[in-house]
Design a protein around this ligand. Structure first.
Ligand code: HEC
Length: 110
């Protein structure tokens, strides 16, 4: 009985770690949604809506604007300006996530 219990415990723990290791990396879209960018921005081309879409720029075709990836990353950290302005909010996630997010935004083209 004791052995069965330990066996089950080991099975549960291994399953937990296995799923942790194989967990998929978040996509740029996931980072965008988790980062609540859509409280302000819509991305209509990706079916992402914002309740304040009229007030903030839609990012559907950001990739067509010729913004360099490094600049976009700095902009989202409030370390660089775009259109002469700093972004109103600073990205709060990890750098790796910001890279994925920036890459994804720049793929959005007409
Ligand atoms: C509180 C509202 C708000 C949130 C939340 C927000 N933004 Fe913005 N964002 C703005 C505003 C306002 C501007 C336009 C600033 C200006 O006029 O230059 C902007 C501009 C941008 C631009 C430049 C658009 C362009 O066409 O030049 C990008 C890219 C951008 N935001 C990405 C993001 C991302 C990614 C997130 C989430 C990590 C995010 N924003 C979260 C308000 C917001």
């Amino acid at each position: 009985m004791k052995l069965a219990k330990s066996f089950i415990a080991i099975a549960v723990i291994s399953f937990f770690f296995a799923s942790f290791i194989t967990a998929e990396e978040p996509t740029g879209k996931d980072v965008f949604l988790n980062g609540k960018c859509n409280t302000c921005h819509a991305v209509a081309s990706q079916a992402i809506e914002s309740k304040q879409a009229a007030k903030y720029p839609d990012l559907s075709y950001l990739g067509d604007k010729g913004i360099a990836e490094a600049t976009l990353i700095q902009y989202l950290k409030k370390e660089a300006k775009l259109n002469d302005k700093l972004h109103p909010v600073k990205f709060k996630g990890e750098d790796a996530q910001l890279n994925v997010l920036a890459k994804w935004l720049l793929t959005l083209k007409k």
